[in-house]
Design a protein around this ligand. Structure first.
Ligand SMILES: NC(=O)c1ccc[n+]([C@@H]2O[C@H](COP(=O)([O-])OP(=O)(O)OC[C@H]3O[C@@H](n4cnc5c(N)ncnc54)[C@H](OP(=O)(O)O)[C@@H]3O)[C@@H](O)[C@H]2O)c1
Length: 265
């Protein structure tokens, strides 16, 4: 019987590419994102590609507490099992904390990337059976704090620890948990990030070549099916993690301070 994957943020970038690769492996797909038109065109493209299985869409904002439960209930009406939940929907903000201007602006990343991920997981738990899996798409910025990305870093670090708690909490139910912490990937998110990146960050961080989305998606999915918990598909993030793991904390901190850009005084 075909397996069913629910992918939040499945209409674009990494989520769309993982959907494409799972479809080629005959998974049924349930794609979730806010923009209905983008979702429908993603579903249309996927339907024309290799692989069998149904494709459904749920137009929903994962950070909208008032509607998310109803959206999931309506969207999952004929679904009995979710075999693979991919908690991937995300946004990124770049600015110094002091420059956000208004208090409401500082909650967006946390609401979507962290609270939205928690709400999604909560609503999907009844559909997850023994042997199923949840992949949380985090970021290299979930393991190290970068200046100019404080809100994004906070949301992804929170997601990493949430995933760790879920891993232990769901052991008795035999549900596999995975966390992916990629570096830069060539997606619409990365392109719009470059457009608003302040010069002081661009000088040090905006010049590297982002990884191709198809190869990152392939690596992440392959490692999930090998039951690997922490998935770090990018060499730069791996390097930072090794520095933190093997060097004395003060030395590692000093090296990483010098690797990251410094905001103007
Ligand atoms: N690209 C990178 O360099 C990079 C690096 C590390 C980690 N990541 C992570 O990878 C994940 C995917 O990013 P991407 O680069 O593929 O970005 P993307 O191309 O911008 O795709 C983001 C997806 O999330 C959906 N989304 C955003 N906010 C949502 C909300 N409130 N409710 C429901 N859906 C929402 C978007 O659709 P709508 O806008 O229509 O809702 C879209 O489908 C994110 O979690 C990101 O943090 C990306």
């Amino acid at each position: 019987m075909s397996k069913t994957a629910l992918i939040t943020g499945g209409s674009s970038g990494l989520g769309f590419e993982m959907a494409r690769q799972l479809k080629a492996q005959d998974h049924n797909l349930i794609l979730l994102a806010r923009d209905k038109k983008k979702l429908e065109s993603a579903a249309k493209i996927l339907a024309s590609e290799a692989g069998s299985g149904f494709i459904r869409t749920i137009a929903c904002d994962v950070s909208d507490e008032d509607s998310i439960e109803a959206c999931f209930k309506a969207g999952l009406y004929e679904t009995e099992n979710i075999d693979f939940l991919i908690v991937n929907a995300g946004v990124t903000s770049i600015d110094l904390l002091s420059d956000y201007g208004e208090l409401t602006a500082i909650t967006r990343d946390l609401k979507i990337n962290l609270l939205g991920a928690i709400a999604t997981t909560y609503l999907c738990l009844p559909y997850l059976r023994s042997g199923s899996r949840i992949l949380f798409v985090s970021s290299g910025f979930g393991v190290v704090g970068a200046p100019g990305y404080s809100l994004y870093c906070a949301s992804k670090a929170g997601l990493n620890n949430f995933a760790d708690a879920m891993r232990r909490e769901l052991l008795p139910r035999d549900i596999n948990i995975h966390v992916a912490c990629p570096g830069d990937i060539d997606t619409p998110m990365y392109a719009s990030e470059l457009e608003v990146m302040p010069e002081w960050i661009r000088e040090k961080m905006g010049r590297g070549k982002p990884a191709q989305v198809d190869s990152i998606a392939k690596t992440i999915l392959k490692k999930c099916f090998k039951n690997q918990y922490m998935i770090v598909p990018s060499l730069d993030v791996k390097g930072l993690m090794l520095l933190q793991k093997f060097l004395p904390r003060q030395l590692a901190t000093r090296i990483i301070d010098n690797l990251f850009p410094r905001p103007p005084k």
